[in-house]
Design a protein around this ligand. Structure first.
Ligand SMILES: [Fe+2]
Length: 306
């Protein structure tokens, strides 16, 4: 296969994605739970693993979820870690422990990582729908264990298992163990410091050094100003770019061949382990892109300006 074809097979275009309203069989028949999923890398927690329009995962899967206002997801837990990254809209994420619930409100470019076996649910309290990216560690099957599903628990399911008296807004200064745990697993774009690299772009670390402790994958936001271009680099593990704002040019190098593609909002490219590649912003606006790296290990290289 030519490098052009291989590269194209590693790109998921938002315009070509078809959202699946039946990705999660446990939600079928419950209109308050309805959501649509577009699979980019792997099945993203859906049992629909036979989808040929999604890329093969290595260490993580990546999907985009769409949820209309006033819906929720029932409280459940699973063995593997799962990150929610809000692309747009307002999302309330709830964690439950012994009948008590802590709720955090997050919005555009905020991330929360659900650790293994922490029961979690969410709702869409705003007036606009939510687009969120869900990243799930691979390794074992998702197999959600529902704790408060409307089929068994219609009263408590919408509030994730707690009464109003047992529901607490997120407070990072609280000594409650669930609050403390959540404080270690939520990153808001507005609060996370941008580190400006000598290569000319900014980086906010979400999952990695000085942020949420990584287990299987890392998350970093790259802020690439107009006119910035980096030299080719490669990693030992796979890396995905999910473009949030602006348009980025991505190049792959194979011997003396160079192939470039342009990516826009909600497009994804998966750069395989060992693939020499680079990015450049040659458009009018600045770029923000979520970068997912398939290892917990920190970078062993420095980005250089091209
Ligand atoms: Fe989950």
């Amino acid at each position: 296969m030519t490098i052009e074809k291989v590269m194209n097979a590693h790109i998921g275009r938002y315009a070509s994605k078809r959202f699946d309203w039946h990705a999660f069989p446990s939600n079928d028949g419950y209109k308050d739970l309805s959501r649509a999923q577009a699979r980019y890398i792997g099945a993203g927690g859906s049992p629909k693993t036979g989808d040929t329009t999604t890329m093969e995962p290595d260490h993580f899967t990546l999907s985009i979820m769409y949820k209309e206002p006033g819906k929720y997801a029932a409280c459940h837990s699973h063995e593997i870690e799962e990150a929610f990254f809000v692309i747009s809209g307002v999302l309330t994420v709830a964690w439950e422990q012994d009948g008590e619930v802590v709720e955090i409100d997050v919005t555009d470019k905020d991330l929360i990582l659900n650790p293994p076996w922490v029961p979690h649910g969410f709702r869409t309290p705003g007036v606009e729908p939510v687009f969120m990216s869900v990243m799930v560690a691979t390794g074992s099957a998702m197999l959600p264990r529902y704790k408060y599903h409307p089929k068994d628990n219609p009263e408590l399911a919408p509030s994730f298992g707690a009464t109003p008296e047992e529901t607490y807004p997120f407070d990072p200064n609280s000594s409650h163990p669930l609050q403390q745990l959540m404080a270690k697993h939520a990153v808001r774009f507005r609060d996370q410091k941008t580190e400006w690299l000598p290569a000319g772009f900014g980086r906010k670390i979400y999952v990695g050094k000085g942020a949420i402790q990584p287990k299987t994958f890392r998350n970093e936001m790259f802020l690439v100003p107009r006119g910035i271009s980096v030299k080719p680099y490669k990693r030992d593990s796979e890396e995905a770019y999910l473009v949030i704002e602006g348009y980025i040019t991505v190049g792959w190098i194979e011997g003396d061949k160079v192939v470039e593609q342009h990516l826009g909002p909600k497009d994804v490219i998966k750069n395989p382990a060992g693939q020499l590649h680079y990015f450049r912003n040659e458009e009018m606006n600045n770029v923000t892109m979520m970068v997912v790296i398939g290892t917990a290990k920190p970078d062993d290289f420095e980005f250089e300006a091209a």
